[in-house]
Design a protein around this ligand. Sequence first.
Ligand code: MN
Length: 234
Amino acid sequence: MKPLIGITASLDHTQIRVQRENSDAVLQAGGLPVIVPYIEDEQAIRQLASRLDGLLLTGGGDIDPFLFHEEPLPHLGSITPERDLLEVLLVREMLFQDKPILGICRGCQILNIAAGGDMYQDIYSQSEKPLLQHSQRAPRYHVSHFVDVQKGTLLHRITGEEKLKVNSFHHQAVRKLPEGFRVAAASTDGIIEAFDSREHAFVLGVQWHPEDLYVKHPTMLQLFHAFVTACSAK
Ligand code: MN
């Protein structure tokens, strides 16, 4: 049986939307994707987590700073409180059950927040040093900046690379990771671009969008393969 992998979506007024590249990548890697709808009932979220074999947290809009005990700064973008709430509860339950999680872009940020970390609401106005262009204007499949991969991390084990070139579509970023999590890759300006958990079987967050790269870049397909393999293990 293929592992059942929940894919979170964005909420656009009353429409649930997800870029098909996410479900395509999961299918390509051998998983069975299902789109997660909006659920507020905590018991229902726990039951959903019990049935899923893994969770793919997709990209999207900004995150409510209230979730990391801040008030909104001027450069915060649009937030979707219902999405934040569902994802925080679902992530916490998946972590509790030690089920695999792959967080992409916004997904890595909400994963970090749900686990107790904090983040930049806007890297450009909050960073003290000059930054690279993290909201690339090149096409989504184009890799625009480097990240240095830390040896011994999940990302390093999967890719075998110490340097990767990635795409970049974010103005928010992870700032502080919770205990048990560690930096797996950073860009040359010091922004955290990937992390994993030392305390879970497979918890990986990446700030870039591998779902837009895997067709042209086999290394990015390896991320989905490793994730789906981990989801098959239980
Ligand atoms: Mn970036």
